[in-house]
Design a protein around this ligand. Structure first.
Ligand SMILES: Cc1cc2nc3c(=O)[nH]c(=O)nc-3n(C[C@H](O)[C@H](O)[C@H](O)COP(=O)(O)O)c2cc1C
Length: 256
């Protein structure tokens, strides 16, 4: 398990080999066994295998080609709807249609996603998360017909790897782990902690010809500048998506 976790790489290219139903069922059962807040299990997962429906997801997720290549897309949702329905049929007091209910379901959903990811990797499959689930949450809700109380929080593609990428850089453990209380880094420590990232990620971005040209044209010379540039996560995009998320959470009755 330790070796497996320490060898994780996201996989974005897949063979055409399918994943059979019994293996998928095993992966889902592993996810079901995940820890869950109050054991309320306020999460759900939507399985997408149908080619036409995968193509729709591909469009919604900003045309990430791994969605078309992978045989399987799993969309994990915070789901207080089922819990609230159970309370309703039992005439119990209602609750959970609030931010805390949403966050509780979100944490459970992400834990299940990660359990399934590790389980998939343990049998030689590859996975990649789709952060664009937030970006397209309003469209995904409609497409997957999620009732009020259900909200998509993350997705993963799963398939047989057609690539063998190198391990990606990580920040040093010492800057991520704080002993007993939070320790702020000095400017110099911050620069040092990110030095390897600056080199490795810069090399990786520049190895892609189209990205190299875009960076050069825009005069971007550091990874930190790339992150907030128009090519990656510009502030305006973040603000637009944040606004949509707040409105959609209200619409889905998860943020009263
Ligand atoms: C919540 C989350 C969302 C992600 N979204 C995307 C995505 O939309 N597209 C993508 O190519 N990779 C996505 N990734 C994968 C990250 O880019 C990847 O984990 C990171 O670069 C580290 O690389 P590694 O997983 O190979 O170690 C996502 C990862 C996480 C945890």
């Amino acid at each position: 398990m330790l070796d497996l976790a320490k060898a994780h790489r996201s996989i974005r290219s897949f063979t055409s080999q399918d994943i059979d139903d019994s293996l998928l069922n095993d992966l889902l059962l592993a996810g079901l066994r995940s820890s869950s807040s109050g054991n309320m299990q306020t999460w759900s997962v939507i399985v997408t295998r149908d080619e036409a429906r995968k193509r729709w997801l591909y469009e919604a997720h900003r045309e990430q080609s791994m969605i078309l290549e992978a045989p399987l897309v799993l969309t994990f949702c915070a789901d207080v709807f089922r819990m609230r329905e159970w309370l309703r049929v039992n005439d119990s007091k209602q609750s959970f249609d609030d931010l805390l209910g949403f966050l509780t379901g979100t944490v459970d959903a992400v834990i299940a996603a990660q359990t399934i990811s590790l389980a998939a990797e343990s049998v030689g499959l590859g996975i990649c998360y789709l952060g664009t689930t937030w970006w397209a949450a309003d469209e995904i809700i409609e497409f997957l017909q999620l009732p009020k109380g259900v909200f998509p929080v993350t997705s993963i593609v799963i398939g047989h790897p057609a690539e063998d990428p190198l391990l990606r850089d990580r920040l040093p453990l010492e800057v991520m782990v704080h002993q007993e209380q939070y320790r702020r880094l000095s400017d110099e420590e911050l620069r040092q902690a990110h030095a390897q990232r600056e080199i490795k990620a810069w090399e990786r971005y520049n190895a892609i010809e189209s990205t190299r040209k875009k960076l050069a044209k825009a005069g971007i010379t550091r990874v930190s500048d790339y992150y907030t540039s128009e090519f990656k996560y510009p502030k305006a995009l973040h603000q637009r998506i944040s606004k949509m998320l707040i409105e959609t959470l209200q619409e889905q009755r998860l943020w009263l």
